[in-house]
Design a protein around this ligand. Structure first.
Ligand SMILES: [Zn+2]
Length: 342
């Protein structure tokens, strides 16, 4: 299996986030990709290639144009205010406030285009975001060109980013852009299988009223876990999209047996839908030692996930999402890929 990777993610570094009342270095850090890269080399999964540049025409079919236009301006505007460090929002248009008027102030605009403060940006962030988008589309091109599967080693991740908002370390929804690209190339139906510990709220929001993309999420119950405000089982789609969004919220402490039961059910629903291609939002923060998560999957479980996805017998694009047990992320993420190949 080929991997697409860009070292340009390294510019998205040194950013801070607010966790449990303290400003700390973001858990979503560059070494995550380094550990995956070195593990790919250890197991000789296949060639690692550079992405090719893509414009944002496909991204603009799943994101709002004004949001895409805003992203590259964030840090220059932050600097223009005489600031350095990490650009972070601190005010959001919740119930009772105006969510329809974009403030002139950079602080107001950051709140308007986000749902949390987990999106710290620094000087090199935009270039990393752009390269992550290019990585996803380049890997999608490999699958479209006839490869059985490809791995997009995206950083930053994407599944929390919605049509017009960032959040949860995510800016452009790489998996959603790739799914849209497959449709634009002629696919009739695409399934997104999101195995990250956290609900992929952005992906759900983007495709909620559509029937051409089936979105299946296995994740920690939003009653207990971030992102808290989406991901319940009764969110099944709207209008034409009714029945094409599937959520499997699972309680803290979930281990392989119950996680796998959800996966089996989701895979059966996926097979019924009969997509032309599968996009896997590959998070490995379900791991028992993940510092921000509370599931109990072990290193031995990850290859089984890959093997089950392979059994679907469909062209498959893996898009890297979360995973914060940095020393183990390489073994676990690549474990899914080797499990797929075996
Ligand atoms: Zn996650």
């Amino acid at each position: 299996m080929k991997t697409v990777y860009s070292p340009r993610h390294l510019g998205h570094s040194g950013n801070m986030e607010l966790v449990a009342g303290a400003i700390v270095p973001a858990f979503e850090m560059p070494s995550r990709a380094d550990f995956i890269l070195s593990r790919l080399d250890e197991v000789k999964l296949g060639p690692v290639i550079d992405p090719t540049e893509h414009d944002f025409s496909t991204a603009a079919r799943v994101h709002r144009q004004d949001y895409l236009d805003f992203l590259p301006t964030v840090y220059p505007r932050w600097k223009a205010e005489g600031r350095d460090g990490t650009a972070l929002p601190f005010t959001w248009p919740t119930r009772g406030l105006r969510g329809d008027v974009l403030p002139e102030s950079i602080d107001g605009a950051l709140g308007y285009y986000s749902f949390d403060a987990g999106i710290g940006m620094v000087e090199g962030s935009w270039d990393a975001i752009k390269s992550s988008h290019d990585v996803a589309l380049t890997a999608a091109g490999l699958v479209q060109g006839g490869e059985r599967a490809a791995y997009a080693l995206c950083r930053p991740p994407g599944h929390h980013a919605g049509a017009a908002f960032m959040g949860g370390y995510c800016f452009i929804n790489n998996a959603a852009v790739a799914a849209q690209w497959f449709l634009d190339q002629g696919a009739k139906r695409v399934s997104i299988l999101d195995v990250d510990y956290h609900h992929g709220n952005g992906t759900q929001e983007i495709f909620y009223a559509r029937s051409d993309v089936q979105v299946i999420n296995f994740h920690a119950d939003p009653m207990q876990e971030y992102p808290y405000f989406l991901g319940h089982a009764d969110e099944t789609g709207a209008g034409e999209g009714e029945g094409f969004n599937l959520n499997y919220p699972l309680r803290w402490g979930t281990s392989w047996e119950s996680w796998n039961a959800a996966l089996e059910d989701g895979c059966a629903k996926l097979a019924d839908y009969a997509p032309d291609v599968v996009v896997v939002s590959l998070g490995v923060d379900t791991f028992e030692k993940d510092p921000i998560s509370k599931f109990k999957l072990t290193t031995e479980d990850f290859p089984k996930i890959g093997a089950r996805i392979a059994k679907l017998g469909l062209p498959t694009l893996f898009v890297q999402e979360g995973g914060y047990a940095v020393a183990d992320i390489g073994v676990n993420a690549v474990g899914v890929l080797t499990g797929f190949e075996s």
